[in-house]
Design a protein around this ligand. Sequence first.
Ligand code: PMP
Length: 405
Amino acid sequence: MLDLTALRSHFPMLSATAHGEPLVYFDNGATSQKPVCVIDTEALFYRECNANVHRGVHYFSAEATRRYEQSREVLADFLAVESREIVWTKGATEALNLLAHGLTHTLCKGDIILISELEHHANIVPWQLAAARTGAELKAILVNSQGILELDTALALIARYKPKVLALCHASNGLGNIHDISTLIAAAKRHGAICVVDGAQALLHLQPKPKALGCDFYVASAHKALGPTGVGFLYGRYELLNALPPYQGGGEMIETVTIAASTYREAPGKFEAGTPNIAGVIAFAEALKFIQAQNAEALRTHEQALYRYLVTHLTQIDGITLYGDLSQNIGTVSFNFRDEHPFDIATLLDHQGIAVRTGHHCNQPLMQALNISGTIRVSLAFYNTFAEVDCFINALNAALALLAE
Ligand code: PMP
């Protein structure tokens, strides 16, 4: 059993008020709240250890470097990969751009890059840019009328296109659907595809193990998994990662520089040009340790019970349309009410202290497929409570009654 009161006491923002009402934070898909250990670690670094990494022989530079590199070990342990397979980035977006840029040299005219209609713009636009540079073609696996990526459809397209690159989200940010990534990767691997997984939404909820999934690359952002903003990572199978060309040039990523030419460090160093977000990386390691210290099964059971409770209540409201796969889901509910604008409902919820997200969620192709302009998205995390769901349902009913007047 989870001691939710104890667990929640680690997250100062969960005691905040919004518009004078206790905050009900249901926007975890946008960013998670942060435990005290993460907040304190970031501040403490600047207070007690501030120095640049890799640059000096002095005490604090060595200490900052030690903590920065130790954080890589913590993430490697969390993902069950080698630490040299992890590149720190400023987020999932930068990691996907690094990759799409780096794979340019392996893509040729006519090659297929296969994504899905469920992808976040961060897993679409970098591939469009790569396609434009190389003459490769970007294709998408279409979703069904509920916004679900059907396995048969996906497998048929993989067999038909034999993609050079398959880039899919582990879990959808707009709808919360969890994908059968290992089956899709196994199918794409039969044709020699490079398989990329966008794990931005999965890191906190599924605690992924990229090697077990069989992918070549896995990306995510720290801030959606209790860590700070401005930090993320690219995991890459070492031989493939090391074969990628540098993404950005600058200090730290080189071995030698002359005016004529430079040589680069081995991965991951060659991808980390310039001064990184040192404090953020170190604080992210605390977030991962915090997650590891919990009972993963208990977190997931609670989150799923909460999700089912929310879905049950929502389906009892006449006029609500729910989207996505309700059976395999990280705890995100996307819905609309009749033809009311999602923004109007979310504004009325906000005035009652409830934080949800509305709009297209950086999922415009998905919204086009569903023939809607946007949804109201409730995204849960393990620290949410049944009482908060009750509060949300009451507030929603009040908002809908007001709109009906
Ligand atoms: N992919 C998915 C599935 C996401 O949910 C997000 C963030 N909403 C991103 C990529 C991009 O993450 P970031 O903005 O932190 O780089």
